[in-house]
Design a protein around this ligand. Structure first.
Ligand code: FAD
Length: 450
């Protein structure tokens, strides 16, 4: 017998989840998306133009049988951070100590289109575009659109992003509150175009202009441009609100991002025409309602973008949910949703905490001698104690170690790094190995780098 599932939202999570669910031939998946089909209009108004894809996302894409040579051709590897200081000097800081330790820049539009194609090709997925669901009632399975009400198939899964109406209904029915985390910083995208058909910066790095209380980053695109994202306060000193005219814009850029002025040829146009985006994290206390509804991806746990993990975490959700269904032909949705959300919630909360912390690392710590020492020492400790000490960035970006474990072990490792560096502050690599061994074996259990 066929089981039907309804998904709200066909952003990044919705189509990947559909593709994974479609592996079960006894499931029919019906998706409702408020936007028009991005494959037809080629004019995408989604958030951030490109994203960093790393291991967790790639593993999920492989599980869905989406990751092939064609998909790989969409990716640009970035092996580390290229730090642009205020005087215009650039230095490179590697992301890891292994050749496979790199993240990938990918266009949001390309990944969105590819995933939709894959989902629809499976035959048991149907995506309905231009269908903005205004309200959902999980007690009756009704979806309310502007001009009609649909009696949807149950369960209904919300993949409808951080302003999720499905999360809203689940929270209402469980008598809980969605918690938005607003960091009072916003972002704006600017473009570094190609010059003479060449990249203007090294395309195999993520570029950062760290300026302590704000920063700009740039990720490469396949057309040899870079998408820059300027992150700073929404209001107050050095804020988007403060820059009201071109004089103020150029004064600001000359002072803080002088070397970027020559790179961003349409600075004034981009700055005053591109929208200012909000940076918002989301914690949703309960992700499910009985056997009737579930939220996944940003609808359950949006994070700020400073670890480049929002999409990766959302894809990992789909992977985990898919694995829970793997050996089943009949589906006890209540049980499956409970198991999924109970295990996953602590990891979602942890990636939000890790991402909030990483904003300071990116905009400020990368400039500090002690941070650079810690980074280098963490690679050395990983080489010397590979089964116990794995650098935090490596755990998050290059392994599938649960985010909550990474957060917990990261704090212990930070203590160990601080202790060792304080014992030998002027040495970069030479460290007190017996002390390191004592601390590592005392505080860190063996862990597999998977
Ligand atoms: P969304 O992408 O928001 O998709 C939700 C979909 O639901 C949309 O298509 C929307 O139109 C649709 N929808 C919403 N409401 C309704 C409704 N009522 N009815 C019908 N349809 C609806 N993540 C990374 O892993 N790496 C990065 O480098 C990275 N960089 C980022 C940079 C920025 C500036 C931002 C803001 C985010 C970044 N992220 C990154 C996070 C990433 O964008 C999100 O985690 C990801 O988009 C979540 O996918 P989603 O499908 O759950 O939500």
């Amino acid at each position: 017998m066929k089981n039907n599932i309804t998904i709200i939202g066909s952003g990044l999570t919705g189509p990947l989840l559909s593709t994974i669910l479609s592996k079960k031939s006894n499931l029919n998946i019906n998706v409702f998306e408020r936007a028009s089909d991005p494959r037809k209009i080629n004019n995408f108004s989604g958030r951030s133009i490109n994203l960093a894809l790393s291991k967790r996302g790639i593993d999920a894409l492989k599980f869905a049988n989406v990751y092939n040579k064609k998909f790989e051709s969409l990716l640009i590897p970035m092996y580390g951070r290229n730090i642009h200081d205020i005087n215009g000097n650039a230095t490179f800081q590697a992301y890891g100590n292994k050749k496979e330790h790199y993240i990938n820049s990918v266009s949001r539009l390309a990944i969105n289109q590819t995933l939709m194609d894959c989902a629809e090709k499976r035959g048991n997925v149907h995506i309905n575009f231009d269908m903005k669901c205004e309200r959902v009632d999980l007690t009756t399975n009704k979806l309310y659109f502007k001009n009609k009400i649909i009696n949807a198939d149950s369960p209904i899964i919300g993949a409808d992003g951080y302003r999720s109406i499905v999360s809203e209904n689940i929270s209402e029915l469980n008598n809980t509150q969605m918690e938005y985390v607003n960091i009072e910083h916003s972002y704006k995208e600017l473009t570094i175009k190609q010059k003479n058909n060449e990249y203007q910066l090294d395309p195999n790095a993520l570029h950062i202009w760290p300026r302590r209380d704000m920063m700009m980053i740039a990720l490469p695109n396949l057309d040899k441009s870079f998408t820059c994202t300027l992150f700073m306060r929404s209001s107050g000193k050095n804020s988007f609100e403060e820059i009201k005219n071109s004089q103020k814009l150029y004064d600001f850029f000359e002072k803080y991002f002088n070397d970027a002025i020559a790179l961003i040829s349409n600075l004034e146009h981009d700055f005053f025409n591109n929208p200012t985006g909000q940076l918002i994290g989301l914690r949703v206390p309960k992700w499910k309602y009985k056997n009737k509804g579930l939220v996944i991806g940003d609808a359950a746990h949006a994070t700020v973008p400073f670890y480049g993990q929002g999409m990766n975490a959302s894809f990992e959700d789909c992977h985990i949910l898919g694995q829970l269904l793997s050996n089943k032909d009949e589906y006890n949705w209540e049980e499956i949703f409970s198991e999924f959300s109970l295990n996953r919630k602590k990891d979602a909360d942890s990636i939000l905490d890790l991402s909030l912390d990483n904003y300071k690392v990116m905009r400020s710590d990368v400039l500090d001698k002690k941070h650079i020492q810690k980074q280098k020492l963490s690679f050395v400790l990983n080489n010397d104690f590979p089964n116990h000490f794995i650098p935090l960035y490596t755990m998050v970006s290059f392994t599938s170690i649960p985010y909550s474990t990474a957060l917990e072990r990261g704090k212990i490792q930070e203590m160990i790094l601080n202790t060792l560096i304080d014992m030998n502050p002027d040495e970069l690599i030479d460290y007190n190995k017996p002390k390191a061994k004592e601390l590592i074996f005392k505080h860190l259990s063996k862990i597999s780098n998977e």
